[in-house]
Design a protein around this ligand. Structure first.
Ligand SMILES: Nc1nc2c(c(=O)[nH]1)N[C@H]1C(S)=C(S)[C@@H](COP(=O)(O)OP(=O)(O)OC[C@H]3O[C@@H](n4cnc5c(=O)[nH]c(N)nc54)[C@H](O)[C@@H]3O)O[C@H]1N2
Ligand SMILES: Nc1nc2c(c(=O)[nH]1)N[C@H]1C(S)=C(S)[C@@H](COP(=O)(O)OP(=O)(O)OC[C@H]3O[C@@H](n4cnc5c(=O)[nH]c(N)nc54)[C@H](O)[C@@H]3O)O[C@H]1N2
Ligand code: SF4
Ligand SMILES: [Mo]
Length: 747
């Protein structure tokens, strides 16, 4: 493979050195524990190779020495007494009981390989499902494991796969690429690179990156840009720190994002402040879209969304009149049932304003490899690939990621149709506490499987309830690794400095198991060889050890790729869509029997769709807004992180608290007709009087394992159901109706 000319950063010191009697190793952070991005870190170890301190690497252009509390507290997580340290097994009939028995890695691998191979021979490889959680450092390895074994059923456990995948699938279907804000992250010189321009405006839509650092974006970049002069617009039901600094704050009703975007499109189109040249040359279906949004006047949209008309108009004008602007979009778009039309409406805002592949606008990530669609899809037998669960129902499953439908899979577990599932491999997911709606239904459906393997850092409610074998995985200072995946990327390494128990990295685990399931697909002697192969394949021009010394390595980047024929397989200018343009009216959706234009559907239940429920359930509930110290269901064991956020909370406006006779710090139930969860009240003016916001992912590691660490009482997903959008993507995780009332003493 050719050397693509990756750009390196100068380092003052070697990647290993000594300081005050401690060894310092340079590297980057990428899971476990969970995080999406991979800041540059300096890992400090003592004479026993124990991790004692983590600092930000000031030479790494990504974070320039900054770190958040989760990496600063990493030694408490890595060295925690409760870490899983050895493989464990338990008799199938003992599921739910704390009767684990330590076994060797050989016994674990032999048992799993024998089971999986028997299932493949007797029933077919599609009978084993492979599940992951959020995009930790895992998609490439888990897809390769699933596909090399022969199963097309690789999944992510949220209903409607409603994290990231709807945005990715929606963008690929309508533009042939995925679009991210340009904060100069693709350049080794960052803000000093002359090709980059400061975004005039950053619109944060359902995304709070100061806290979440999500999907490849380090939140401090927004603050950097604000200091240099970027203006902020936020779209959020909560007044976040960024909202308090914003030019415009659209405090919308949860789940009404598509209506708000269509209202802004209405303003921009009618006031003629879109980019005419870009629309004429590169967009398809402008007139149809204009007609569609005509009824979404600011006044009507105010009624739907609760955002004052003048704020809608002001935000639309500020965004459209900017020379370059970023749409910093987040999870709230995916966690709405009709996520694809919402994604389509919001992306039309940056498309018709010409913020496509422009400096300081929205850019298509030069993905080095593998992450987007997974690694190793070619290994799958084409006939068996057709058996992917949900593929016959949802054509969109082919865009971006080759996943099976979680909503169809739960039915398959329950009914044995179209075929009976036998086993599952779970890696990096604690779905009973986190991704899965309807906890009781989920648990019952999963109990039908004969054999379940979980790979994790800690014992979790999911593993306690369901696993027959548990494998202990590494946190990042315990392993070597390569970061080659998502977002605008650089080749980056993770360096091993310590060892805990018999833990193995996910990559080692999958390589060793892969060798037993399909040796031809895993020809590498060890992970070093595997990483070097990947680097060669990507054209990085270095093997793994060379990259360890030199990382990060930046992939060459160009703006306006669509003008140069760099986005289409045939090398023609334009976009990789049927019309060759950005499709505001989508040919693909139309051919798939879906509405080709964006639309808004009232969230159900909701104050407009089900007004009859308001008497019993008067509050609109949004869930899962991130906090600084916790990552989904993780970190509850880590003392300094738990201390900052010791209990699950629900945020409520002071006037609402008075109305319901509640006080700050009260223990309350948050409840709807389907279920309830325990919360501590936080009285705060950041939410309006009609809306409450609660966090997700709760369980108590300190509680009784045989009561599943209290997950049943604590899980907000008790209130949710498996109801995906029409395209199979999206689910209302961030909008419901509920009531909040005090927990009686003794309850
Ligand atoms: N109501 C509601 N529910 C939500 C959300 C919401 O906003 N509201 N958000 C959703 C979203 S966006 C997502 S992505 C999902 C996330 O859901 P999941 O990704 O399933 O998150 P967790 O439940 O934290 O499970 C992660 C597990 O992986 C383990 N782990 C961490 N790092 C590693 C590693 O490197 N290797 C291995 N083997 N294990 C590791 C952790 O210990 C933990 O037990 O949750 C979703 N759930
Ligand atoms: N510390 C920490 N960081 C994380 C995670 C974590 O658990 N903890 N999880 C990671 C994962 S997997 C993901 S997907 C990302 C998610 O990160 P983000 O995309 O930032 O998502 P959230 O924090 O869930 O929500 C962002 C904002 O949307 C608002 N919001 C709620 N409902 C709505 C709505 O209906 N419409 C709109 N427009 N806004 C709404 C919330 O109030 C919140 O301020 O974070 C990642 N980073
Ligand atoms: S955002 Fe925080 S947890 Fe993630 S890598 Fe950076 S410092 Fe670590
Ligand atoms: Mo996510």
């Amino acid at each position: 493979m050719e050397d693509k000319g990756f750009e390196l950063v100068a380092h003052e010191k070697p990647w290993h050195y000594e300081e005050d009697g401690l060894k310092v190793t340079r590297g980057s952070a990428w899971t476990g524990p969970g995080c999406h991005i991979g800041c540059g870190v300096l890992l400090y170890t003592d004479e026993n190779d124990k991790l004692v301190k983590v600092e930000g690497d000031p030479e790494n252009p990504f974070n320039e020495g900054r770190l958040c509390p989760r990496c600063l507290a990493l030694p408490e997580c890595t060295n925690h007494d409760d870490r899983l340290k050895y493989p464990l097994k338990r008799a199938r009939e003992d599921r739910g009981k704390n009767t684990w028995e330590r076994i060797s890695w050989d016994e674990a691998f032999d048992t799993i390989a024998t089971k999986f191979i028997d299932i493949r021979e007797e029933f077919g490889p599609e009978r084993v499902a492979f599940y992951q959680g959020t995009g930790r450092d895992i998609a490439a390895w888990i897809t390769r494991l699933a596909w090399s074994y022969g199963s097309p059923n690789y999944l992510f456990g949220m209903s409607g796969m409603s994290c990231y995948l709807p945005r990715v699938a929606g963008c690929f279907a309508t533009t042939g690429a995925f679009w991210l804000g340009d904060y100069s992250q693709q350049f080794a010189q960052r803000y000093d690179d002359a090709r980059w321009k400061l975004p005039e405006v950053i619109m944060l839509w359902g995304n709070n990156p100061i806290v979440s650092n999500s999907d490849g974006l380090y939140g401090h970049w927004i603050v950097d840009c604000m200091k240099m002069g970027s203006k902020i617009i936020t779209v959020d039901p909560r007044r976040t720190w960024l909202s308090s600094k914003a030019e415009h704050f659209c405090q919308l009703r949860p789940g009404t994002d598509a209506a708000l975007a269509m209202g802004m499109l209405n303003v921009i189109m009618n006031e003629d402040i879109y980019d005419h040249d870009f629309v004429d040359r590169w967009c398809y279906g402008f007139d149809e879209l204009k007609e569609r949004v005509a009824e979404f006047t600011p006044e009507k949209v105010e009624e739907i969304t609760w955002v004052p008309a003048e704020e809608i108009i002001g935000a639309a004008r500020t965004f459209a009149n900017a020379e370059n602007a970023i749409m910093q979009w987040g999870l709230a778009i995916d966690t709405t049932k009709e996520a694809l039309p919402a994604c389509q409406a919001i992306s039309a805002l940056f498309e018709i304003t010409g913020n496509i592949d422009n400096p300081g606008g929205m850019i298509a990530p030069p993905s080095i490899l593998y992450y987007a669609g997974g690694w190793g899809n070619e290994l799958l037998d084409p006939e068996i690939a057709k058996k992917r669960i949900g593929l016959d129902k949802y054509a969109l499953l082919n865009f971006g990621f080759q996943v099976a439908s979680t909503d169809e899979m739960i039915k398959t577990f329950e009914t044995g149709k179209p075929y009976e599932m036998k086993a599952a491999w779970l890696q990096t997911t604690n779905f009973l506490a986190c991704t899965a709606p309807d906890t009781e239904r989920t648990m019952a459906a999963w109990q039908k499987l004969d054999f379940i393997v979980v790979t994790d850092l800690f014992m979790t409610p999911t593993a306690m309830a369901l696993a027959d074998i548990v494998l202990p995985a590494c946190t990042y200072p315990e392993r070597d690794g390569l970061r080659v995946g998502d977002g605008v990327q650089r080749g980056e390494v993770i360096n091993k400095v310590t060892q805990i128990g018999e833990c193995k990295s996910d990559m080692e685990i999958n390589l060793e198991l892969g060798k037993r399931l399909n040796p031809d697909a895993w020809p590498w002697a060890d992970v070093d060889e595997m990483f070097s192969f990947i680097l060669e394949d990507a054209g990085v021009g270095m093997n793994f050890h060379e990259l360890q010394e030199n990382a990060p390595a930046y992939i060459p980047f160009e703006y306006r790729k669509y003008e140069k024929g760099l986005l289409r397989a045939d090398g023609q200018p334009g976009f990789d869509t049927p019309s060759g343009r950005i499709e505001l009216w989508s040919n693909f959706y139309n051919n798939a029997g879906l509405d080709p234009l964006p639309y808004f559907e009232e969230p159900t239940p909701g104050p407009t769709a089900t007004p009859e429920l308001l008497e019993e359930y008067p509050l609109v509930l949004t869930t899962g807004a991130r906090n600084f110290t916790l990552f989904h269901s993780e970190n509850r064991q880590v003392p300094h992180l738990r201390a900052v956020h010791p209990d699950p909370i629900v945020q409520m406006n002071p006037a609402t608290a008075v109305r319901f006779g509640l006080e700050d710090k009260d223990w309350v139930w948050v409840e709807n007709a389907r279920g309830r969860c325990k919360r501590r009240l936080e009285v705060t003016p950041i939410v309006n009087e009609m809306t409450v916001s609660t966090d997700h992912g709760w369980w108590y590691p300190e509680a009784d394992p045989e009561n599943l660490f209290d997950v049943r009482d604590l899980n907000v997903n008790n209130l949710f159901q498996y109801i995906p959008g029409k395209a199979g993507f999206g689910c209302n995780y961030k909008t419901l109706l509920c009531k909040v009332y005090k927990i009686e003493e003794g309850e």
